[in-house]
Design a protein around this ligand. Structure first.
Ligand SMILES: [Zn+2]
Length: 288
C-alpha cells in the first residue's frame, strides 16, 4: 500500500474558534486547539476601530497584519520546528497600543533524527557570502499584496518524497542545530518544476554563484509567504517576473550540494521554514 502523507488542512478548517481578548479586539487563531512545531498559525483580528499600523507580536518579534475586511486584519505566523512546546503569548497592537492578547499552544511534532558521519573531505563546500545574502534577503521578504490563491496547491513537481521536513541533523552523533527545512522530491532530470501559486520571482540564480543550493528560484506570494526551488538544471524565469500557479519555472536537476536529481522545495513564513506538507500542498507519496 502506498504511504500517503495526510494533510491536516481540512481538519484545521473545523477548529476555527474565537478568543475574546481583554479589550474590544477579537482574535481568531486557526487552528485554535494548538499549532504543531513547523506548522502555520492563521491569525485574524477584528479591531474595534480602523487601526493605524496593525501588528502582532510573538516571542519578541513584530509581524504585520493585512487588511482582510472592514476592520478585520489577518496574518500568518510560522511556528519554528525548534519552538518549545507549551503556551506562548501573542499580543495585538493597532500601532499605538496593545489591544488584545491570546495564547498559542505549541504542540510537539516528533521529527525524526538523521545522523551524518562527517569526514574532513566533506567540510570544504560552503555557501559564498553572495549566496547566503541573496537567500537570507529572499526568505524575509514581506510585501503587502496577497498574490496567492487558496491552499492546498499542486506539488511543484512530479515525483515522490525522498526526505521529509524537520529531519533533525546530527553530525557524528551531536545535534547540529539544523534540520531539513523543506522537502526533497525525487524526480528525473528535466522534470518540469512549477510555481505552486501566483507570485513574483524574487531570485533566479544559476549554480555558478550558488554552490550549495544550486540553480535556485524563490517566489514571493505576498504577506510574508515565500517558496524556494533548489538544485534545478534549468531556469525558465528571471527575477522580477510575475508567475501564475502551475507555470513552469525550471527543471529538476542535481546542481549544488546534491547527490542525485531531486527538487528541494521549501516554504517560509517571515523567514521561518514551515512544513509544506501540513496543508500547503496536496498529498505526495513517499518514495518506496
Ligand atoms: Zn532538501
Amino acid at each position: 500500500m502506498k504511504k500517503i502523507l495526510l494533510t491536516g488542512f481540512v481538519l484545521i478548517m473545523f477548529f476555527v474558534g474565537k478568543i475574546s481578548s481583554a479589550t474590544d479586539g477579537i482574535i481568531n487563531i486557526t487552528p485554535s486547539n494548538g499549532v504543531k512545531q513547523g506548522q502555520t498559525a492563521f491569525i485574524t483580528v477584528d479591531f474595534p476601530d480602523t487601526p493605524k499600523n496593525p501588528v502582532f507580536m510573538f516571542k519578541g518579534k513584530k509581524y504585520r497584519l493585512f487588511k482582510s475586511g472592514q476592520n478585520e486584519y489577518s496574518g500568518l505566523l510560522g511556528i519554528s520546528a525548534l519552538e518549545n512546546p507549551g503556551k506562548h503569548e501573542l499580543a495585538i497592537s493597532d500601532g499605538t497600543e496593545i489591544v488584545g492578547k491570546a495564547y498559542i499552544n505549541v504542540l510537539a511534532s516528533p521529527y525524526p533524527k538523521q545522523n551524518i558521519r562527517v569526514t574532513k573531505s566533506m567540510s570544504g563546500l560552503g555557501a559564498s557570502d553572495y549566496e547566503l545574502k541573496q537567500i537570507g534577503q529572499a526568505k524575509y521578504t514581506v510585501t503587502d499584496e496577497k498574490l496567492r490563491t487558496n491552499a492546498p496547491y499542486n506539488s511543484p513537481t512530479q515525483g515522490c518524497i525522498s526526505s521529509v521536513f524537520g529531519l533533525k541533523r546530527y553530525y557524528n552523533g551531536v545535534f547540529s542545530g539544523n534540520y531539513h527545512n523543506g522537502i526533497d522530491i525525487k524526480a528525473s532530470f528535466g522534470t518540469p518544476v512549477k510555481a505552486i501559486t501566483d507570485g513574483k520571482v524574487l531570485l533566479a540564480e544559476n549554480a555558478k554563484l550558488f554552490r550549495v543550493n544550486g540553480t535556485t528560484v524563490a517566489i514571493d506570494h505576498g504577506q510574508g509567504l515565500v517558496s524556494f526551488y533548489l538544485h534545478m538544471s534549468k531556469l525558465d524565469v528571471k527575477a522580477g517576473d510575475f508567475v501564475k500557479a502551475g507555470q513552469k519555472i525550471g527543471e529538476v536537476g542535481s546542481t549544488g550540494f546534491s547527490t542525485g536529481p531531486h527538487l528541494h522545495w521549501g516554504l517560509y513564513i517571515h523567514g521561518t521554514p514551515i512544513d509544506p506538507m501540513a496543508g500547503w500542498i496536496k498529498p505526495v507519496s513517499l518514495c518506496k
